[in-house]
Design a protein. Sequence first.
Length: 231
Amino acid sequence: MRDFNVITVDWRPLTRYPCYLHSLINTRLTAQCTAQVYSFLTHYGATREKITCVGHSLGAHICGMISNHLTKKQYRIIGLDPARPLIERKKSNRFRLSIDDATVIQVLHTNAGFLGQEDNTGHLNYCINGGRVQPFCKGNPIRRSRCSHFLSICYLATATMKHTKFMGVPCPNGCVNLSGPKRLPVNGRINPFEFVSLLRDYKIGNDAPDDARGCICIDVPYAKHCPFTDA
């Protein structure tokens, strides 16, 4: 097991559940304040290559906006199902996660087209179990979307702790407009004759190669201990 120094940004005072618009407006202020912390760390010896900004939903866009306030953009960002509502229509990339915000950007899609954005804004984009609605989530459509949206956190955490590899195939058209099957089977029984030329192992999170590019559909066959499956 590797050691990490984790710095958590608590911006709850700037959010007012269930008022999504209030949270959205305050992403800019949160990014500006967090950029000061980032600058402090790098000024006193932390290297860009060893810092990863991880953000879920609106937090993914905050990670992107942090670079607006830095003299040199971040090295690595991991966006966990970046938020879609009221953001995907924005033409300006200044107030959302964009591919120019860091040297290496990885995006995990788990609810693309619903609570999560459809756009592939990373250098490396993963459509997990199809990227839209996760098979482990139950209940009505709203509950399933919310559960799917939050599962991106569990997937990254488990992959980071266990160094897990996942079976996957390239899907260049993205999660919503897949050119192949909607998702790989989550039971792990993939037909080798159907995918033999494309199927390979992939890593997510900091274990993924920095030079990896494209959109990959991967099969993640677990979510047993994730608290969001009952959300």
